[in-house]
Ligand binder design. Structure first.
Ligand code: TYM
Length: 326
């Protein structure tokens, strides 16, 4: 029996190179070896204000992005979170398992609530990690491939599963995070102290997956660098480290090959080669993005939801039975 992976992304904002290198790329690499389930987490999107029409469109667009990134619907299950109501139902049980203190420690809530203020944040934004835990636990997931920013949510998921199992009897598989050594933490091109983010107000900080070649080149040319001239993987020079990491991931070269390639070259030449490599890397993806029409997409998502539901309903029934709800 193959082990199972589960992961997902929110259909909000524009997906960027960090999402691709930190998550999608690994999903694709793992889909042959693992029984794979990839979700478009539209319920999570509601934790911040959304325009209904845009949300609907972005949900389908994200399915297109999964497929264009080479997730194969013949191998992997792709579905929309809200098409499987068990996610919201198990969330309630997990919310009653979680402690206020645990959720209060989540750094993503602190970050995301900063802009509008804690008092005005939705309660959904606060309880969001329990929904994420439900996503993962419903499928008896072994491994969760995500970027570094989701690590804390994964730890909470494990704690909730362990607590539930201890209190009510063996029910959930305890999932392991899969966070790649390289690429899990792509930084903003404008401020390497911040991660590359969908919600960054400064668009120059992110390379979006639908940026054209010219925009990508401009953003890379304008990217901040560090003092000094060497181009190497030095953690104390985070801007160059980040750019070189991107170069390494999109070319598939080893660290040593990357450093050798740029020995004695200046930042200008480095950025030129990096821009070219990123454009080439995204080209096949960008060409495939319109390959699926809505009918085909809806068929894939319907099949995915049926398959997901056949697993999720059994897990939920078990959790209801164990807690005395049914
Ligand atoms: P989301 O939509 O913010 O991001 C999708 C994936 O992209 C990764 N990521 C990054 N990786 C590297 N560098 C970056 N700068 C970067 N920014 C984002 C994220 O870590 C993520 O893997 N809560 C999740 C969605 C989710 C989920 C789940 C994931 C809901 N339920 C169950 C796994 C399992 C989120 O908001 O991801």
């Amino acid at each position: 029996m193959k082990k199972r992976i589960f992961s997902g992304a929110q259909p909000t904002g524009r997906l960027h190179l960090g999402n691709y290198l930190g998550a999608l790329k690994n999903w694709v690499a793992l889909q042959d070896e693992y029984d794979s389930i990839f979700c478009i987490v539209n319920l999570h999107a509601l934790t911040l204000p959304q325009n209904p029409k845009t949300l609907r469109q972005k949900t389908l667009d994200l399915a297109r992005i999964y497929l264009a990134a080479s997730i194969d619907p013949e191998k992997a299950t792709i579905f929309i979170q809200a098409d499987v109501p068990e996610h919201a139902e198990l969330t309630w049980i997990l919310l009653c398992t979680a402690r206020m203190g645990e959720l209060e420690r989540m750094t993503q809530f602190k970050d995301k609530s900063q802009k509008g203020g804690r008092e005005r944040s939705s309660v959904g934004l606060f309880t969001y990690p329990a929904l994420m835990a439900a996503d993962i636990l419903l499928y008896h997931t072994d491994l969760v491939p995500v970027g570094q920013d989701q690590k804390q949510h994964l730890e909470l998921t494990r704690d909730l599963a362990e607590r539930f199992n201890r209190d009510f009897g063996e029910t959930f598989v305890i999932p392991e995070p899969y966070i790649p050594k390289s690429g899990a933490n792509i930084r903003s091109l404008q401020d390497p102290a911040k991660k590359m983010s969908k919600s960054d107000e400064n668009e120059a900080g992110a390379i979006f997956l639908d940026d054209d070649a010219d925009t990508i080149s401009k953003k890379i040319k304008r990217a901040v660098t560090d003092s000094g001239t060497e181009i190497n993987f030095d953690e104390t020079r985070p801007a160059i480290h980040n750019l070189l990491t991107i170069y390494q991931l999109v070319t598939g070269k080893t660290e040593q090959e990357c450093v050798e390639n740029f020995a004695g070259k200046g930042y200008g030449q480095f950025k030129g080669e990096l821009a070219e490599a990123v454009v080439e890397y995204l080209r096949p993806f960008q060409e495939r993005i319109s390959a699926y029409d809505d009918a085909e997409l809806n068929r894939i998502l319907r099949t995915g939801a049926e398959k997901a539901r056949s697993i999720a309903s059994v897990t939920l029934a078990d959790a209801y039975q164990k807690t005395g709800i049914r």
